[in-house]
Design a protein around this ligand. Structure first.
Ligand code: GRF
Length: 210
């Protein structure tokens, strides 16, 4: 399945996807990696893997609408069946999310619907949660609010701080995201009317891939 991956930074989730693809575990062809930040380390990861590494710099555009138009043009040049947001730190306009409805995934570092937005690790600790984790969801206009497909849990220890917790969650993300992309690429996942379907059965609760 042709995919395009959007990043803004380090790209460790991108790397997990590249590795899974190269090992033959995920039936995808990464046609391009696009970053909104020219210095994103993930661009080097893509180039090293022989994948076109492109920049659509949001600072070059007057507003969100014109940036999203340019982004969409660049994505669609590569004709992906799936767009994977992997640490892509831009809020997308409803026009863009509508265009990719049911074929755009995002990873968020919390057990959604808890802790949408930023600083999730520190917020989970401050709220004295015993568990935290990461979630994969279909992207809708609702920020971090689209239908959740799967989650991965970690235990919060008394000794954890935001940094140590982030590291634990990251390690889980690298298993969770490739697994969900594999299911999608095998044609087993879909989204209709804000509901997730796995093998044509409606998913009542997100999959637990811990
Ligand atoms: C991940 O923690 C992901 O959940 C969040 O951004 C981070 C990206 O990390 N959306 P990386 O760039 O894949 O290393």
């Amino acid at each position: 399945m042709p995919v395009v991956i959007l990043i803004s930074g380090n790209g460790s989730n991108l790397q997990a996807m590249i590795d899974g693809m190269n090992r033959g575990e995920i039936p995808i062809e990464i046609r391009a990696v696009i970053s909104n930040r020219p210095g994103a380390y993930g661009l080097q990861r893509a180039a090293k893997a022989g994948i076109p590494a492109l920049v659509v710099d949001h600072k070059q555009y007057a507003d969100r609408v014109s940036f999203d138009r340019a982004l969409r043009r660049t994505i669609d040049t590569h004709m992906p069946d799936l767009v994977i947001l992997a640490g892509f730190m831009r809020i997308l306009t409803p026009d863009l999310t509508e265009h990719y409805a049911g074929r755009m995934l995002n990873i968020h570092p919390s057990l959604l619907p808890e802790f949408t937005g930023l600083d999730t690790h520190a917020r989970a600790i401050a709220a004295q949660r015993q568990e935290h984790g990461a979630s994969i969801h279909f992207v809708t206009a609702d920020l971090d609010g689209g239908p959740v497909i799967a989650r991965s849990r970690v235990k919060i220890d008394d000794t954890d701080n935001a940094e140590s917790l982030a590291a634990k969650v990251h390690a889980k993300e690298h298993i969770l995201y490739p697994e969900v992309v594999r299911l999608y690429a095998e044609g087993r996942l879909s989204c209709k009317d804000d509901q997730v379907f796995l093998d044509h059965q409606r998913l009542d609760t997100p999959l637990d891939i811990s």
